[in-house]
Design a protein around this ligand. Structure first.
Ligand SMILES: [Zn+2]
Length: 306
C-alpha cells in the first residue's frame, strides 16, 4: 500500500497520550541519535525531512520499511545526518562500479548475509555505484537467547525424532498480542489448545521488538495448529513473527531472535538447517505466508555460519 506510512487512527493509549502532549524531543546520552515521539498526522518522510535525514535511513534505524504504519506516541530514533555520522563511523563503504554484495563482503572479510542484514537489504537487492553501505562489526557477538527462553527449551519434555521441521509464519497483521492470538485461535478457530504456534516473535507493536514468547504448545510438547493437516501439525514446530511481510520486512531484532531461537531448537530437536521452512513452502493450500519480504535464504545463510 502506497502512502500508508501516514498515521492510521490507532486507538491505543499511546495515541491519546501522543495527541494530548504533542512533541517531545529527547536527546539520548550517545550523541549518534536522538529520540522523536510521533505526533498525530506525522509521516516518516515528513519526519525525515524535518530532521534532515534520508527517509530510507530513518526507516532502517527503526527497523521499519517505507510502507510501515507509524502511530502517535511511537518513539523513533533520529540518526545524525550522514555527514556527521561518517566522522563517527569509519566502517562505511561506497559501492563501486560493477560491485555486488558478494564482492564487497569478500573484500571486507564479512559474510554476505551479515552485510545484507546490516543494511536492511535482501541478497537479491540491487546496489548502485555511489551507494553507501555499512559494514557489520568485525566479530559480531551472536546475541544469546534470553535465559527464560533457553530454559523453556531445555526443560520441555522433547522426544527425540518427534519434530521433523520448523515452519515459519507471519501474523499478516501490523500488531498482535499473545492474548489476542490465543483467544482468536480458541474462539474463532475452535482450537482447544489455543495459540496455534509454539513460539511468537514480537515486532514492537503489541509484543516488544524481538521478544520471543514461548507458547503452551511448546511447554507441553503439543502438536501445532498452524498447518492445514493433522499429519503435518504432528511433526511441525510453528514459529510466528508478528508483522505483515507482504508490506514490510521483519525488524532486525526479529531476525536476530529468530536466528537464536532456530539454533536452540535445532540443537534441542536434533534438526539441521534443511528442516527450516515456511508455511508457503509446505502448505498444500495456497498461502503467501510469511510474505514476499520474508527472506528464507538470508535466514538459512545466517544459520549455516559457524
Ligand atoms: Zn502461516
Amino acid at each position: 500500500m502506497r502512502g500508508s506510512n501516514r498515521i492510521s487512527s490507532w486507538p491505543g493509549a499511546a495515541a491519546l497520550l501522543g495527541a494530548a502532549l504533542g512533541v517531545w524531543i529527547c536527546t539520548t546520552n550517545a550523541a549518534s541519535s536522538e529520540v522523536y515521539i510521533v505526533r498525530k498526522n506525522d509521516s516518516l518522510s515528513q519526519i525525515a525531512q524535518t530532521h534532515g535525514v534520508r527517509v530510507q535511513e530513518l526507516a532502517r534505524v527503526n527497523g521499519l520499511s517505507l510502507e510501515s504504519t507509524i502511530y502517535p506516541g511511537q518513539r523513533l530514533q533520529i540518526p545524525l545526518p550522514a555527514r556527521d555520522q561518517e566522522r563517527h563511523d569509519a566502517r562505511t563503504v561506497t559501492v563501486r562500479k560493477n560491485d555486488s554484495l558478494t564482492l564487497i563482503a569478500r573484500r571486507h572479510r564479512v559474510s554476505v548475509a551479515a552485510l545484507a542484514r546490516a543494511n536492511g537489504l535482501s541478497l537479491d537487492d540491487l546496489i548502485r555505484p555511489g551507494d553507501k553501505l555499512r559494514l557489520p562489526t568485525a566479530a559480531p557477538a551472536r546475541p544469546a537467547l534470553e535465559m527464560r527462553v533457553q530454559k523453556a527449551i531445555d526443560i520441555a519434555p522433547v522426544r527425540r525424532g518427534m519434530w521433523k521441521q520448523i515452519v515459519i509464519h507471519h501474523t499478516a497483521t501490523t500488531m498482535a498480542t499473545i492474548r489476542g492470538m490465543d483467544e482468536y485461535h480458541r474462539m474463532e478457530c475452535r482450537m482447544e489448545n489455543g495459540l496455534a504456534y509454539h513460539f511468537v516473535i514480537g515486532n514492537g507493536q503489541g509484543i516488544p521488538d524481538g521478544r520471543i514468547e514461548v507458547g503452551n504448545r511448546w511447554t507441553r510438547q503439543l502438536e501445532g495448529g498452524h498447518l492445514s493437516t493433522r499429519s503435518q501439525n504432528l511433526v511441525s514446530l510453528g514459529v510466528c513473527l508478528v508483522g505483515h511481510f507482504d508490506r514490510h520486512r521483519p525488524t532486525p531484532k526479529q531476525l536476530e531472535s529468530l536466528d537464536a531461537l532456530l539454533r536452540a531448537l535445532m540443537k534441542r530437536c536434533g534438526l539441521g538447517p534443511s528442516a527450516i521452512t515456511t508455511h508457503q513452502l509446505v502448505s498444500k493450500q495456497r498461502t503467501r505466508c510469511p510474505g514476499k519480504f520474508f527472506d528464507l535464504k538470508l535466514v538459512l545463510a545466517e544459520l549455516r555460519k559457524d
